[in-house]
Design a protein around this ligand. Structure first.
Ligand SMILES: [Zn+2]
Ligand SMILES: [Zn+2]
Length: 751
């Protein structure tokens, strides 16, 4: 760039003025006298740091600073990137950080700014810290970054030092997993840094954990069962030939595991921790030797640790800087007795059973986990926590764990956690407020003591603009309703969970209406707010479909799904209501068509002997309502106020037929919902509208029925097989009534 002499003179004059009062101008009105300087032999990660610094300063100021080698003879002021001879000269009291040390410093001296940390990532993080804290840059998601437009920026003195609260930070959500550049900007270090070419990453720049459940594939029955069935777990007197566990007391199994893991460590040296972990099932070995070791060391975690310690001893000489990782998971979650993990063993403790909504020391569901965490931490120098932060049955359901994400990470930090895997929507992009959840997790793993309210304000104002205050109001609503006394949330929640009240949906939608109004003139922000509203629309469809369809909730759901490219709704096909977003769309499409084309059932002029429900009670051992009617013994007949069964869990093998005239007070769609344990079948005007028959645990079914104002015959068959029983019948009526079948709309049939 050629600079006119006048500009140079003016710049020098300005500089004299600035330095005279101790101010240094990094850039001003499109110009800068700074050069980014790196050592000639700087590693690729620090070269990347220099380009990030250059690119983001340019994004903020419009000025592109040159990047030169340390001995390249630059003129003017310097931004010195990496620990090199200049740092040693200017800061003789410092020592070169370890390569994998993520802590860093940013310091100014005589107008120069120095950025340094460990060469793998620390230096890069120092650049990001400067860009965030000094220039105001933000990386809210892989797609949304903020670079404030500044005409000038100057500084007097900069002195920052930070270190990570958690050494290994694995933010396991799709947006981070698939975007190394974004991952690095959030200082997650489980993913390697980007290389020069698109899609390439830099070896050695991640603190990875190799494998999971590795015992299930290091030694398999397919390879060994025919020659060595004794390598596999003994269950009910038989060595297992399918996916099971290893016989840990067998010395040949130990030798094989050592050989195989060493082979992995040689072939794939780019990891810090190598998995020697139980397969994902409960089929541990029950042979005499294994049972004796389990007995000796306080249970299954004891024999597992006895085994893993020996693997760790065997690899230590060749791999002194590496760890062997093993699970404290399900049947090995409890801490063992009379044995402690070696220094080079990492215990990966898994809190899948925990309540996400409450602190560990403030929830009855978390008592056991807290005990395990504390007992392991008392004996294990290195823990690695596998934490769950979203709902895996339907990723998009609201989960009010904003406060506990922080306190849980603090508890991990305080109990020797060197790493955390925060498992979020790692397969899809449908998690509720996923950008904020992911951003907060990264921020909190870096600094567990960070000011949560300030972080949330930063994100909501930065990402949602004028709608930010409304998003915070919505978070307060979540906090008040979804965490009200008596409500808990593990990571498997369904839309019918009692935590999601009508008030939550109504109030939430009211807040989002205001939020959308606030950003109505900005289509980018509007879309973000609509995406944030989508979970509520999904809940509304599930809980009050008639109203939801009338309000266009299905249209909003579909628009967000298409815009965000959402495919999956759930982690797996087990347990959840929907596996894919398409299933949701198809279901409500069909319902909208059914509603549009449905015939209204005419009411009946009927004789009634007054309010109530007539019933017949049966007893007998039946597996369906048909069997009840054909083979059950009638033990009682009468009239009750509304549908009711004996809730005593000791009472089994009975059933009812309930029969009544239901009064529709207005024309229109009625949604009948039945939760039954065991089977139930509902008829309206002789048509079977809900079939939830058979022996099963509590199951929710519902039907939309278009009814003319007046009386309609409602017949419900129900039976209880064994264990607990439950029968709840509710209706959402066009006049706005919403709740259990109301006694004042039920009349005893005369015939
Ligand atoms: Zn065994
Ligand atoms: Zn709880």
């Amino acid at each position: 760039m050629r600079i006119k002499p006048f500009t140079v003179l003016a710049a020098i004059a300005a500089l004299v003025l600035l330095t005279s009062c101790g101010l240094h101008s990094l850039f001003k009105e499109g110009g800068s006298e700074y050069t980014i300087v790196i050592a000639r032999d700087a590693p690729a990660s620090e070269r990347y740091a220099a380009t990030e610094l250059r690119d983001w300063i340019k994004a903020v100021s419009g000025v592109e600073l040159p990047v030169t080698d340390l001995d390249g003879g630059q003129a003017g002021k310097r931004l010195v990137v990496g620990y090199n001879s200049l740092v040693e000269n200017y800061f003789p009291d410092t020592v070169k950080p370890e390569d994998r040390d993520d802590s860093f410093e940013v310091r100014s001296r005589e107008g120069d700014i120095f950025f340094w940390g460990g060469s793998k990532r620390g230096t890069l993080y120092s650049v990001y810290s400067f860009l965030e804290e000094e220039l105001g840059c933000r990386w809210y998601s892989s797609k949304v970054s903020v670079a404030p437009s500044l005409s000038s920026w100057s500084f007097r003195n900069i002195s920052r030092r930070e270190e990570p609260g958690i050494l290994i930070r694995d933010n396991c959500v799709l947006d981070v997993r698939t975007n190394p550049a974004f991952s690095a900007r959030l200082r997650n270090n489980f993913i390697r840094l980007p290389g020069e070419r698109p899609g390439e990453t830099l070896p050695g720049t991640a603190e990875g954990y190799w494998g999971v459940h590795s015992m299930g594939y290091l030694i398999t029955p397919a390879e060994f069962y025919s020659s060595h069935p004794e390598y596999f777990s003994l269950r009910d007197g038989k060595r297992q030939s399918g996916y099971s566990q290893l016989c840990l007391s067998n010395p040949e199994v130990l030798d094989l595991c050592v050989e195989r893991i060493k082979d992995v460590m040689r072939r794939e040296p780019d990891y810090l921790i190598y998995s020697m972990e139980q397969a994902d099932n409960f089929l541990f070995c029950e042979c005499d030797e294994c049972a004796a070791l389990a007995e000796k060391y306080g249970g299954q975690s004891g024999i597992m640790l006895w085994f893993v310690n020996q693997v760790a001893d065997a690899v230590k000489e060749e791999f002194p800087d590496k760890f062997i990782g093993t699970f404290a998971y399900q049947y090995t979650r409890h801490a063992p007795k009379d044995i402690v993990p070696r220094d080079n063993v990492v215990i990966r403790l898994c809190g899948i059973e925990c309540c996400m909504l409450h602190d560990y020391d403030d929830c009855e569901r978390n008592v056991d986990f807290l005990k395990d965490l504390q007992e392991w931490s008392a004996i294990a120098p290195h823990l690695y926590i596998w934490d769950y932060v979203t709902d895996f049955l339907e990723y998009c359901l609201p989960v009010a764990n904003w406060k506990t994400m922080r306190t849980h990470i603090q508890d991990f930090r305080d109990n020797n956690a060197i790493g955390i895997l925060e498992e979020g929507d790692y397969q899809t992009t449908s998690c509720e407020l996923r950008e904020m959840r992911s951003w907060l997790l990264s921020k909190l793993m870096w600094n567990p003591d960070a000011d949560l309210d300030a972080l949330i304000k930063d994100f909501t104002d930065g990402y949602y603009g004028a709608a930010g205050p409304f998003v915070r109001e919505y978070l307060d609503l979540e906090d008040r309703i979804l965490r009200r006394p008596g409500i808990h949330g593990i990571c498997y929640i369904t839309p019918s969970d009692e935590m999601y009240t009508d008030e939550f949906i109504t109030e939430g939608l009211r807040i989002f209406a205001s939020a959308k109004e606030a950003v109505a003139s900005d289509s980018v922000l509007y879309d973000r707010v609509e995406t944030a509203e989508m979970p509520l629309r999904f809940l509304q469809l599930e809980k009050d479909p008639v109203k939801a369809l009338q309000e266009g909730a299905d249209t909003i759901f579909r628009r967000v799904v298409e815009r965000e490219g959402i495919d999956r709704m759930a982690e797996g096909s087990w347990g959840g209501t929907y596996m894919t977003a398409k299933e949701v769309i198809d279901k409500y499409d069909k319902m909208a068509r059914d509603m549009a084309g449905s015939r209204m059932l005419p009411s009946t002029r009927a004789e009634t002997s007054g309010p109530g429900v007539s019933y017949i009670k049966y007893e007998g051992d039946f597996m369906s309502t048909d069997e009840m009617l054909s083979g059950g013994k009638v033990v009682e007949e009468g009239v009750m106020e509304t549908i009711f069964i004996d809730p005593d869990p000791e009472k089994d093998h009975f059933g009812h037929v309930f029969d009544t005239w239901f009064m529709a007070v207005e024309d229109g769609f009625h949604r009948f919902k039945i939760v039954s344990d065991d089977g139930s079948v509902l008829f309206i005007d002789g048509q079977k509208v809900i079939d939830s028959d058979g022996s099963h645990s509590a199951r929710t079914e519902w039907a939309l029925v278009n009814l003319e104002k007046g009386l309609h015959r409602l017949t419900l068959r129900f039976f209880e097989d064994c264990e607990e029983q439950r029968l709840e019948v509710s209706v959402i009526a066009p006049d706005g009534y919403h709740g259990p079948l109301p006694a004042d709309r039920l009349f005893v049939p005369d015939n």
